[in-house]
Design a protein around this ligand. Structure first.
Ligand code: HEM
Length: 300
């Protein structure tokens, strides 16, 4: 029984190319039993690699979860994000949302708690990469973020539930600095952010410098996958502007934030559904794409 969030997301991310070169199935859709015949140990192998990586560094669960999001939002869930630059390929690792920020690639070269679900499998690897602007930025407006989700077939419920990923992992100072210093430069913070919390953040996220300093996204339970992300938002202690707007810019999303803050079970239930939906963004199936021998390079 699958019970690790990091395991699930890695399953979602990979077409298992490094583990199995034995997949000859033709299928036009993803399903959980995809590897049962062709590579029955696939889940076990992935689980053991991910468990070791997360035991060594708890943040790795968060970093892998984010890799899956950033892969799916660019050309679909096809491991395009894993390709290094070479020949005609400009690696997605160099694009703004990923540079100095996306991490965890080495786990793919080789937590317990949280929701669990059957992951539909059978994604194949892309033959190219694409640097584009589909991934929402932390300073985007609520409307822009929602539009970017809708373009991928995800709705407002998916947006609020998947943002709950920010219950684990870290952010660099550069991703939220603007909230700490207003434009007149008098040192006051964004009025939507709890002032005491903002003052604490300013000590390690100065007006200039310290760009790479790390801050936990959920300051109450930073490495536990739970609904404190939503509880923090209600206390005006959501770290990113894109988190805060879920509560302040739209009534429907605000109601969802309140619901998930009250009911962890409803959050987990929806999170699982939305992860499956995100993992279904235009995957390559059947004989499309390929199964890379090395995740970082297309087969030549
Ligand atoms: C709604 C729009 C979203 C925006 C604007 C956004 C933005 C960000 C930013 C700016 C960071 C910090 C990056 C850094 O400073 O290095 C971050 C971290 C993270 N995001 Fe999001 N995100 C969004 C949605 C999502 C979704 C849908 C997922 C997964 C399903 C996700 C998973 C994560 C995780 C797990 C981390 C921590 C990664 C780590 O510690 O390495 N985010 N996000």
């Amino acid at each position: 029984m699958v019970n690790s969030i990091s395991f699930l997301l890695l399953l979602s991310l990979l077409a298992f190319a490094p583990f199995c070169h034995c997949n000859k199935k033709i299928a036009g859709y993803l399903y959980p039993q995809f590897y049962d015949g062709s590579c029955p140990r696939a889940q076990e192998i992935v689980k053991s690699i991910v468990s070791k990586a997360v035991a060594k560094e708890p943040r790795m669960a968060a970093s892998l979860l984010r890799l899956h999001f950033h892969d799916c939002f660019v050309k679909g869930c096809d491991a395009s994000l894993l390709l290094d630059s070479s020949g005609t390929i400009i690696s997605e690792k160099r694009s703004n949302p990923n540079r100095d920020s996306a991490r965890g690639f080495e786990v793919i070269d080789e937590i317990t708690g949280g929701p669990s679900w059957d992951v539909p499998l059978g994604r194949r690897d892309s033959l190219g990469a694409s640097i584009n602007n589909n991934i929402p930025a932390p300073n985007n407006t609520f409307q822009t973020i929602l539009t970017k989700f809708k373009l991928k077939g995800l709705d407002i419920v998916d947006l609020v539930a998947l943002s709950g990923s920010h219950t684990i992992g870290d952010s660099r100072c550069t991703s939220f600095r603007q909230r700490l210093y207003n434009q007149t430069g008098n040192g006051k913070s964004d009025f939507t952010l709890d002032q005491k919390y903002a003052a604490q953040l300013r000590t390690r996220c100065p007006r200039s410098g310290g760009d790479q300093n790390l801050f936990v996204l959920d300051f109450v339970t930073p490495i536990k996958f739970d609904n404190f992300y939503y509880k923090n938002l209600l206390a005006n202690k959501g770290l990113l502007n894109s988190d805060e707007v879920l509560l302040t810019k739209n009534q429907i999303s605000a109601d969802l934030v309140k619901k998930y803050a009250e009911r962890n079970d409803l959050f987990f239930e929806q999170f699982a559904k939305s992860m499956v939906k995100m993992g279904n963004i235009t995957p390559l199936t059947g004989s499309r794409g390929e199964i890379r021998k090395n995740c970082r390079k297309i087969n030549s």
